[in-house]
Write a protein that binds this ligand. Structure first.
Ligand SMILES: Nc1ncnc2c1ncn2[C@@H]1O[C@H](COP(=O)(O)OP(=O)(O)OP(=O)(O)O)[C@@H](O)[C@H]1O
Ligand SMILES: [Mg+2]
Length: 227
């Protein structure tokens, strides 16, 4: 992956650049993390490497556990470039939910209910396999085309890690709760349904995750109150 000349720059985020192209004939995305000027160069290189490695490792682990995530085509340790499967015509769950809420066409409520059910169950499977996403937001979940089929894929595992700790799992859920409710206002009921489906589907440490989740929430609220 030294040569990206067949790829075109597609998106530029805070953390890195995404390129699109073909890998041996398959639609692909290359994710490249670039240095942050404000960080010490050695620390920066270390963090970039760690995120790159986490993402490659976690995506592969997802695939092995039968979870939906892009296939890793190539991981280049020298350049920290990760080449993964691209889903043409996909949208983020954020885009899908926002558009659905804005339009409120026939069947919207049912579709969104079904969508959060699937998301809740997928996260339960992720956690049952002791995988923590680390940055669960509705931008890091995508729906492949056709969107109404509700095929949800996990992406963006740079902060992911392996852990069986109920506390880590509940923080993962709490991050999603904060992201979900701030991105999509007035969706408390919908999110409660997501949690309900998560806990129903969870096979490991349900009680512990539930109780630590309430603690994490309380701690979060206190932090917000104190500022
Ligand atoms: N494999 C993929 N297939 C389709 N779209 C993708 C894929 N990977 C990333 N995207 C799109 O690119 C966006 C950014 O990707 P990703 O979240 O992996 O990078 P990021 O550096 O975290 O960017 P951001 O800071 O915007 O979250 C996603 O929200 C999604 O819209
Ligand atoms: Mg992202």
């Amino acid at each position: 992956m030294e040569d990206l000349s067949d790829f075109v720059l597609w998106k530029q985020g805070a953390e890195g650049k995404l390129y699109r192209g073909d890998f041996l004939g398959y639609p692909a995305v290359v994710k490249e993390r670039f240095p942050k000027k404000y960080r010490h160069p050695t620390l920066d290189q270390h963090l970039t490497q760690e995120r790159f490695k986490s993402e490659a490792r976690m995506l592969t682990r997802c695939k092995n556990a039968g979870l939906k995530a892009p296939t890793v085509y190539y991981a280049d340790y020298n350049t920290s470039r990760l080449c993964v499967q691209y889903f043409p015509g996909s949208v983020t769950v954020k885009e899908y939910v926002s558009a659905r809420l804005l339009g409120m066409t026939e069947g919207t409520c049912e579709k969104l209910h079904l969508l959060v059910e699937i998301i809740g169950r997928n996260i339960a499977r992720l956690h049952d396999n002791d995988m923590i996403h680390g940055d669960l937001t509705t931008s890091n979940l995508i729906l492949t085309a056709p969107h109404d089929d509700l095929n949800v894929y996990f992406i963006d595992f740079g902060l992911g890690y392996v852990s069986h700790s109920p506390e880590d799992k509940s923080v993962d859920l709490y991050v999603l709760e904060r992201a979900f409710l701030s991105t999509h206002p007035n969706t408390e009921k919908l999110f409660t349904h997501l949690l309900d489906c998560y806990f129903r589907a969870c096979k490991k440490d349900v009680k512990e995750i539930l109780s630590t989740f309430h603690e994490v929430r309380l701690r979060g609220r206190k932090r917000v109150m104190i500022g």
